[in-house]
Every structure is written in structure tokens, then in C-alpha cells.
Design a protein. Structure first.
Length: 403
């Protein structure tokens, strides 16, 4: 039976392909020891499972039975309560929310074993890689400040910085990074930030691919990968761009200021998502000057954040009343002293408190007089001190409270 040119195979040839007598082309080849090797097709699944070193990977990924699933590693902590091994974490935050300070702190603790803000590191000191897309100006001073603050020296080979590498969209970058991280024994790789490391990426269309890359890397190094990203113009509690930046990674830690308009405002670290554990943990930090830079220190929840929970913001009138209350409780006092005290107690920044003080002065609720102020050596020096004008301030605090 002949077949017209351009027509399909004959019924006989179809039967052969479906499982008829093997031909020279479809017969299973034999290995050196005589065992039959699976042919391409459905048997390919078993071939991939039995030969993980096969050069040609299966497009079906890893084939896992229930037994295989049971043997997968359970989640293990890297930094107690905040980072786990073999996970990818996205850290979104607006400009000025300590993204790089946080990453440097994690890297320093992983490289030395020093607890991170009181949270235990659960692995032996290991190398950390910082992949930086922006300039490295200030990075060394931050690392040196961290060392001075903790009284330790990070071994030179324990923190490695990669400056302005190829774009995150380049497959070759991920291949070389994976090989380098495994060769150096790195257990932590941080990318800071997405926009600077992937200038040609579409933050909506490419979000899923980026998260997949850092997830695969975390498994390859048996460690943790972190991607810092920016928030958008809208709500400051979500990552900018595609929803996959929060839906796809194992964890999301959002950094946000208590008062976005205050440069000195404390910052909240909020575990918004934990794929295999409890979420919702929150930590408040502020910058503390050390050497030529700063480190992060834990602080109490600022009043402005507590008020926001109740649906109110710390308004200008609240600041005025806080200043007046402090002066009533501590008369007489200098302007500098009261502004520093109110700013420190409420974590709102001196620049916001001073206008409130001056408004009370204009309203006639405060009265200045000559007095003394001790200098840094404790020697009294002439100064203007302030106290409430009882005739005008009485009753202004009645019925007013925060919260």
C-alpha cells in the first residue's frame, strides 16, 4: 500500500508507533551492562526519577511520590522568628525605611553567629553575598559600624559584595551566581534593590520569573535569599508591581515608617507573610549613630503607630498637648530639653515637635523667663527656661488624652 505524497502515515505505521513491533528507531537501547534503558515517551518519567544526573532535564520538573514528599527537608530557622532556610523572602519598603541597614544586619549575624537584634542565628557562621545594584558608597561604613557596635570582626571572606552585575533578566547571571555561591559555601544571598538590579525588567510581567529565580537559588545553596524592593505611591504595606512579589515567595517582610513625613521616624519590620508558619510578628527599630554610620536598635512602639491602630493619626494638636503636658510635669525647662524629650518619648522627630512648642508660645500658653541650664560638664549657665502660663493653660489638658 502506497501513500500519496504529503499525506499522513498509513494505518500500519500508526499501529507501529502506538506499540506495535519495535523498529530500529523506536527499539529501547541497551546500556553497557545490558539493562534496557527507557525510551522517550511515557517511560521518560521513570528515567528522570531514576537518573537525576541526566543532562537533559525533564520539562515536568521533579516527579515526587508521597514517600518523596515525606523525605523533603522540614522548615528550619536561619534567624529565629524572621528567616528560614531554603526560603525566598521579599522585603518591600519605601525610601528611607532601612532596607540596606536590615540586610547588612542579617548578613553580619549570619557571617559571625551574633544574634540579630536579640534573635538567635541557627547555623554555623557562613558566607553572605550582597548583590548591589546601586553605588556601594556608605556600605563599608555600615558594615564597620555593625562590627564596632557588636564588638566583633567579620572575617574578610564571610561577606562578599557583587557590584552592578548583569541584569536579573540574564539567565547567565543566575547560573554564575549559583555556582559561585555553592563554591564559597554561602547560605545567604541578598539582592538590593530590584529596580537597580533589573532596570530592563517589567515589575508586573516579570515578577513571577524573578521570584522563581531567587526561590531556586535558596534551595541550591540550602540557605535564604532576600530581595529588597520598593513600595508604590499608594499603600506603603505592599510591594510595587505584580502581585506575585507577595503571592509567590515564601515570606514577605514589610518595612514602613511610623510617620512617613518624619525622616527620623522609627521603622516597623512586619512579617506580613510566612508560607509555612505564623505571620504577623512586628519589630520596631530606629537608627543609632555608631562611628561614621548607624546601626539598627530595637525601640518601643511609637505613639504615632499606636494611635494609627485606633484610627487616629498623631495630629499637630496632639503634639502641642504633649509638649504642654511635659512642661506642666517638668517646670521649668528649656526649649531644647522639652523638644528632645517629647521627640524621644514619642519617636516623632525633633523637627515636628519644635513647631508645636512655638505654636504654644504664640498662643500665650507658655511663659519664658531667665534661668539656668547645666552645660555638658554640669556647670550652670544662663538660659531661658519655660513654664506653663497657669492662667491660660489651666483646663487645656482637661479631657484630652491619646489613644
Amino acid at each position: 500500500m502506497t501513500t500519496a505524497k504529503g499525506s499522513g502515515p498509513t494505518p500500519k505505521s500508526r499501529a507501529t508507533k502506538r506499540g506495535g513491533a519495535p523498529t530500529a528507531k523506536n527499539r529501547n537501547p541497551r546500556s553497557a551492562d545490558g539493562a534496557t534503558e527507557p525510551a522517550k515517551g511515557t517511560n521518560r518519567l521513570r528515567y528522570v526519577r531514576s537518573d537525576p544526573e541526566a543532562k537533559e532535564p525533564s520539562k515536568l520538573g521533579r516527579i515526587l511520590s508521597l514517600t518523596d514528599l515525606k523525605e523533603l527537608p522540614k522548615p528550619e530557622p536561619l534567624i529565629q522568628g524572621w528567616l528560614e532556610l531554603r526560603t525566598a523572602v521579599v522585603v518591600p519598603g519605601a525610601t528611607g525605611t532601612n532596607k540596606t541597614f536590615t540586610i547588612v544586619g542579617w548578613a553580619g549575624s549570619i557571617a559571625t553567629g551574633v544574634p540579630w537584634l536579640g534573635h538567635k542565628v541557627h547555623i554555623e557562621p557562613s558566607a553572605a553575598i550582597l548583590v548591589i545594584g546601586e553605588g556601594a558608597f556608605g556600605l563599608l561604613s555600615r558594615i564597620e559600624a555593625w562590627q564596632e557596635h557588636h564588638g566583633v570582626e567579620i572575617p574578610p571572606d564571610k561577606i562578599v559584595t557583587m557590584m552592578q552585575p548583569a541584569s536579573l533578566s540574564d539567565p547567565g547571571f543566575w547560573t554564575e551566581l549559583t555556582d559561585y555561591a555553592k563554591d564559597t559555601g554561602a547560605r545567604f544571598v541578598a539582592f538590593d534593590t530590584l529596580s537597580s538590579l533589573g532596570p530592563n525588567l517589567d515589575e508586573t510581567k516579570d515578577a513571577a520569573q524573578v521570584i522563581r529565580r531567587i526561590s531556586e537559588l535558596s534551595v541550591e545553596i540550602d540557605g535564604t535569599t532576600v530581595l529588597s524592593h520598593h513600595t508604590g505611591w499608594g499603600p506603603q504595606d505592599r510591594a510595587r508591581g505584580g502581585s506575585q512579589f507577595e503571592a509567590n515567595p515564601d515570606g514577605v517582610i514589610v518595612l514602613s515608617k511610623a510617620d512617613p513625613e518624619d525622616e527620623e521616624s522609627p521603622v516597623s519590620l512586619w512579617r506580613k507573610k510566612v508560607k509555612d508558619g505564623p505571620s504577623g510578628q512586628r519589630l520596631w527599630v530606629r537608627r543609632a549613630p555608631v562611628g561614621e554610620s548607624c546601626v539598627l536598635e530595637i525601640c518601643n512602639e511609637p505613639l504615632v503607630a499606636a494611635k494609627r491602630k485606633s484610627g487616629r493619626s498623631l495630629a499637630f494638636e496632639d503634639l502641642k498637648m504633649l509638649v504642654l503636658q511635659w512642661i506642666v510635669d517638668h517646670p521649668p525647662t528649656t526649649k531644647e530639653s522639652v523638644c528632645t524629650a517629647v521627640a524621644g518619648e514619642n519617636r516623632v522627630g525633633d523637627k515636628r515637635v519644635r513647631p508645636a512648642f512655638e505654636a504654644l508660645e504664640r498662643d500665650g500658653l507658655l511663659r519664658g523667663k531667665k534661668g539656668e541650664k547645666p552645660d555638658k560638664n554640669g556647670t550652670p549657665r544662663p538660659a531661658i527656661v519655660w513654664e506653663p502660663d497657669d492662667a491660660r493653660s489651666n483646663g487645656r489638658l482637661d479631657g484630652w488624652h491619646l489613644g
